[in-house]
Design a protein around this ligand. Structure first.
Ligand code: ARG
Ligand code: ZN
Length: 844
């Protein structure tokens, strides 16, 4: 059943307070609720309906008198007084058998919750919508040593604890945790001098993996005070690590719950990439306390209001703590790899969708990452000072509210006097704009002529021009800047911008810092990419020049049998050897586009991508780069040596990542000798894992595989890496067999989303392996999606997106994929989540 934004109506009843008592038991938890309702003066209806799914009603009362509500599979309905009243109920739920990991469930014997978006209705009967906000008081009765909920602890005794959250919140921010947990404690003093108790709760044995997350939390709290003036607002802030979790983490008020892979870290078991990701996710969830919790969304169509803004804020945080250019380049890589792909296919949807069947299917790269890009553009257009003023006004005006994108944009209009009605199209139109540029030069005047066009997407055949901030700089032939970066504001479909009083024709660096999420077509300009790779002062565009050269080269290798081009190889070697550049940047410059990106680029030339040819082209180019680099490898690798103790800071991470890229190239020349030496002597996971990956690529399933397993068998997060890397690194003809073998491994668990993703997600990510011409990759993924759907619909639906690019491929492959999609859709009792996703992929 489709829900439309245009059908929004205010809630019929508001909630003044909620009191919940939980009597925990694995298969028969009782939840006793006492909810004070009052008619909403703004309502258009007086119908009283409470959401509730998979909850068994024991009794219900209104103002103390027992009532008999009409119960349906999605909730209860009853007559109520036309004045404030108290609703009470007792229900029974079964956390132990809740494998969907939504609502109250169990993970390794521990109770935990996930209520966003609509999980609270699986806990008790309630108006489960974000515009109903209330103060919650919670009593937990259970034998578990640690009993946690939102807000501040108010009382506790043997076998019970009470919590009170003074900040009104929607039900999706409710959380409860009960288990045998140990705390890694700390504290933080806020800018107004209040002391906050901090804890990271983990299973016994994981205490040693909390220190980094705790430092990240304190850094986040400080940063939000310094940069946004946002102070924490409770006496306590708890984080809990959970092994079975559908997503990364959840910002429940005062009680963030994390997938253990997104919080637990130690140098021995976590890579640099893990550390960086953990730091960013801890910041993200913490930042939600203001952008999400204090100010929340009126309805789920407004999801980007909190997610886009919070992703934007966490990327600012990472840029401030680490390297801003490196963060920008990796964000753009991610945006192109996930969001542009979504925008280009059947799952394309606006940053603010106008309809959905299952909201869980809209926690997408478009809502998160494109949503953050839109905020970055807004900031660039209004300037830093106006952005800061607008944010202050947003917090002041909307604190305590559940609000909308309209309200958000009005804040900017009121601050700046700008009319943002055209800008709003970024929230309403799906698809990635294509920006085409040409140039002319005459008598000291250089002009750039831009044309924009956004292709049709499902349900949106025609698109209007969008506001594009285009950051441009001009360079002279000797590499000096003749025009520092300026932001051109394009609003029309076609527009010309002039630069006058120039001495000679300049070389343009366009879309610096990737100032708008568009696909830039520079085919009409002279090819200055080798020059820009050498001379551009904008790190993003310097990197971009190398990437587009590599991508074009790979495409012509695939489609025309071209061979690696010497001028490109020389330019790349120059960058690698340039010690004035950050090693992290040099690593990014040396990384080739992934197979999936090459497939998309081939598709855009009008050809059907051949996965094996793409794989071979990339391997061939890697070998050419290795050979071109070979003389420099000893010196460069020595420059990556680190004498200090392991630390995941930007400086060390940069050296290790550049070192790993170099080792990868060296392995192609020395058969893995150096990688084996590094693997044997590694004392941290980054060195161990990166060298093992080199061995896997050279020797296929390397001997080191069993050493790695033997060493880490007891550590589930490391074993996830072991599953994922073996499938990811398998050659195209072996990937399906490897994935088959690993799904038979005793450590495989279909019920654990991390392990499932490490296995089937790695298969889908092995481009040539997944797209084997015999269809075995498609069949295997479909088999497992069908199995998982009966257990965990949310993760199944998300992973079905692996098929979203199917229309790129040849008719045979399309036929094989369509048959699998149809087979999934024909599965009896398929969940609404998966039905919606697979249906959109097939018919979108
Ligand atoms: N709000 C969470 C975050 O961005 C994501 C939770 C999504 N969960 C879900 N079941 N859709 O950090
Ligand atoms: Zn979020």
């Amino acid at each position: 059943q489709t829900i439309y934004l245009s059908d929004y109506t205010p809630p019929a009843y508001l909630v003044d307070s909620v009191h919940l008592t939980f009597q925990l038991a694995p298969t028969a938890t009782r939840v006793i609720s006492k909810i004070a309702f009052r008619p909403n003066p703004e309502a258009t209806s007086r119908e009283f309906f409470l959401n509730g799914e998979q909850v068994e009603l024991i009794w219900a009362k209104i103002d103390g008198a027992e009532v008999a509500p009409a119960v349906s599979p999605d909730g209860v309905r009853m007559d109520v007084p036309d004045a404030p009243f108290v609703f009470e109920a007792e229900v029974e739920i079964s956390p132990q058998t809740n494998t969907a990991l939504e609502g109250l469930y169990m993970s390794n014997g521990m109770y935990c919750t996930q209520c966003e978006a609509e999980g609270f209705r699986k806990i008790t009967f309630y108006p489960d919508r974000p515009d109903v906000m209330s103060v919650f008081t919670v009593r937990i009765e259970g034998a578990e040593p640690v009993l946690l909920s939102n807000g501040n602890p108010t009382a506790q005794g043997d076998g019970w604890a009470e919590w009170h959250d003074p900040w009104p919140k929607p039900a999706y921010l409710f959380a409860l945790v009960a288990g045998d947990l140990v705390a890694h404690p700390d504290q933080f003093q806020t800018m107004s001098g209040k002391d906050v108790e901090l804890n990271i709760y983990v299973r016994p044995g994981d205490e040693g993996k909390c220190a980094f997350g705790m430092e990240a939390l304190k850094a986040s709290m400080k940063w939000d005070e310094d940069v946004y003036g946002r102070e924490y607002d409770l006496d306590i802030f708890n984080i809990v690590a959970v092994d079975d979790f559908n997503m990364g983490a959840m910002e429940n008020k005062g009680l963030n719950i994390f997938n253990s892979s997104c919080v637990l870290a130690s140098p021995e078991t976590s890579t640099d990439g893990n550390f960086e990701r953990i730091e960013a996710i801890i910041a993200h969830e913490y930042f939600h306390n203001w952008t999400g919790n204090r100010i929340t969304c009126r309805d789920w169509f407004q999801l980007c209001l909190k997610e886009g803004l919070t992703v934007y804020r966490d990327s600012q945080f990472t840029s401030d703590l680490r390297s801003a250019p490196v963060k920008r380049i990796s964000d753009v890589n991610d945006l192109r790899g996930r969001q542009f792909r979504e925008d280009a296919g059947p799952l394309a949807h606006p940053v603010r969708p106008d309809s959905f069947v299952e909201i869980n299917n809209f926690y997408t790269a478009t809502i998160y990452e494109k949503g953050a890009e839109v905020i970055g553009m807004l900031k660039r257009l209004v300037g830093d000072a106006a952005y800061a003023k607008a944010l202050d006004l947003y917090f002041e005006r909307h604190d305590g509210e559940a609000t909308t994108i309209e309200a958000w944009l009005t804040v900017f209009e009121d601050t700046t006097g700008r009319d943002l009605s055209q800008f709003k199209r970024w929230y309403e139109q799906a698809g990635t704009p294509r920006l085409t540029v040409s140039e002319s030069y005459e008598a000291g005047t250089y002009s750039l002529h831009f044309t924009q066009m956004t292709p049709p997407t499902p349900g949106q055949p025609d698109k209007a021009p969008q506001v594009l901030p285009i950051a441009v700089g001009l360079l002279a032939e000797d590499g000096t800047a003749v025009q520092p970066t300026v932001v051109l504001e394009m609003t029309k479909q076609e527009q010309r911008f002039k630069f006058s009083n120039l001495e000679s024709k300049p070389i343009a660096s366009i879309l610096r810092e990737f100032s708008a999420p568009v696909i830039l077509d520079t085919a009409a300009l002279p090819d200055n990419r080798v020059f820009l790779l050498a001379h551009d002062t904008d790190p993003f565009n310097k990197w971009e020049a190398g990437q587009t050269l590599a991508k074009d080269l790979l495409v012509s290798m695939v489609t025309e049998g071209a061979t690696p081009d010497q001028s490109f190889l020389n330019a790349l070697v120059e960058v690698a050897r340039d010690d004035s550049l950050d090693p992290a940047f040099r690593e990014l410059a040396l990384s080739l586009p992934i197979d999936d990106d090459i497939a998309q680029a081939v598709f855009e030339t009008g050809a059907a991508p051949d996965p094996d040819a793409i794989f071979t082209a990339r391997e061939t180019l890697k070998l050419s780069i290795a050979e071109a680099l070979s003389d420099s490898l000893p010196r460069l690798m020595a420059s990556c040596q680190i004498d200090a103790a392991y630390a995941p800071d930007a400086d060390q991470v940069g050296k290790r990542s550049f070192g790993a890229a170099l080792l990868n190239y060296l392995s192609l020349l020395d058969g893995g000798k150096a990688a084996q030496a590094q693997f044997d002597s590694a004392t941290d996971m980054t060195q161990q894992f990166t060298s093992w990956l080199c061995l896997l690529r050279v020797e296929k399933d390397a001997a080191a595989t069993s050493d790695f397993y033997g060493q880490w068998q007891h550590d589930r997060l490391v074993i996830d890496k072991w599953f994922g890397a073996r499938i990811g690194a398998a050659s195209p003809d072996k990937a399906v067999a490897m994935a088959q073998a690993l799904t038979q491994h005793p450590d495989f668990a279909v019920t654990n989303p991390n392990r499932f993703r490490a296995t089937l997600g790695a298969l889908a990510g092995n481009h040539a392996g997944f797209h084997r011409a015999d269809g075995s990759g498609y069949q295997m993924l479909a088999d497992w999606l069908i199995t998982l759907d009966a257990i965990n619909p949310q993760t199944t639906a998300r992973m079905s997106a692996a098929f979203q690019t199917w229309k790129r491929y040849d008719a045979d492959r399309q036929g094989l994929i369509a048959a699998q999609l149809e087979r999934i859709l024909a599965t009896p009792d398929l969940s609404p989540d998966t039905t919606e996703m697979v249906g959109r992929i097939l018919n979108g």
